[in-house]
Ligand binder design. Structure first.
Ligand code: IYR
Length: 226
């Protein structure tokens, strides 16, 4: 990556225009695939190869990002001791959240999801992937400078990661222990990296359950102006 002193260089875009019927077919089947995705908290301990996790991270890394700075670090953990440390620390924070800190209005939306401070998925899932957002970058001259739109960039990357995991036939969950500063210490990341999401990845347990909830209708979430 250059620091902007060289003139931009362009290459030809690789783009295969599809016939319209094929577009409709692909659009529908992708929607149907993604519409089957559910967040479960019940994971199997069945092993998953590192190759699959690498592919999910590489898919996330295709996300657009502010200034093409790709301000993310994915820490992928299969080590049982490390998963247990993360679970213990997350449960300590979460216990305080659920017992003392959660405001009533927040509790109201969590109740139907049945969440609590017990985070068995952090040790059951064969992999736990922690997404760190980089708020700064190191320039070629060695100085630290900000990144741009890192929240948005990492949010998009996380979405692609989730879609990749679902597409490969596995499941993941976006866990947000609150606060999650402990992850920087445990995982030894620098101060300009901020833990954003903890994503266990694996197979669902054979008796995995999901809350009985539905998604908003198209008309509730969109407004077309033609
Ligand atoms: N961080 C907690 C609480 C939580 C918050 C939201 I918003 C959720 O959609 C689900 C849980 C936890 O991870 O349990």
């Amino acid at each position: 990556m250059d620091d902007g002193n060289d003139p931009p260089r362009f290459i030809e875009l690789v783009f295969d225009e599809l016939p319209e019927n094929k577009m409709t077919h692909r659009a529908r089947s992708f929607f149907e695939l993604m519409n089957m995705r559910r967040t479960t908290r019940h994971f199997s301990t069945k092993a998953v190869s590192r190759d699959l996790i690498e592919l999910a991270i590489r898919t996330a890394n295709t996300a657009p990002s502010g200034g093409h700075l790709q301000p993310w670090t994915f820490v992928a953990i299969s080590n049982n001791g490390m998963k247990k440390r993360i679970r213990d620390a997350a449960e300590d924070e979460e216990r305080r959240f659920y017992e003392d800190r959660v405001p009533e209005a927040w509790s109201e939306v969590l109740r139907p999801l049945g969440t609590d401070h017990i985070k068995a998925h952090l040790t059951d899932a064969p992999w736990v992937v922690v997404l760190f957002r980089q708020s700064k970058r190191i320039r070629k001259n060695g100085k630290m400078s900000p990144t741009y739109y890192s929240q948005e960039s990492c949010g998009i990357a996380a979405g692609l990661f989730i879609a990749a995991v679902h597409n490969m036939g596995l499941t993941t969950l976006t866990h947000t222990p609150s606060p999650m500063g402990f992850l920087r210490d445990i995982l030894n990341r620098p101060n300009h990296e901020h833990a954003m999401l903890v994503m266990p990845v694996g197979y669902p347990a054979s008796d995995a359950k999901v809350p009985e909830i539905s998604r908003k209708e198209l008309s509730d979430i969109s407004n077309f102006i033609e």
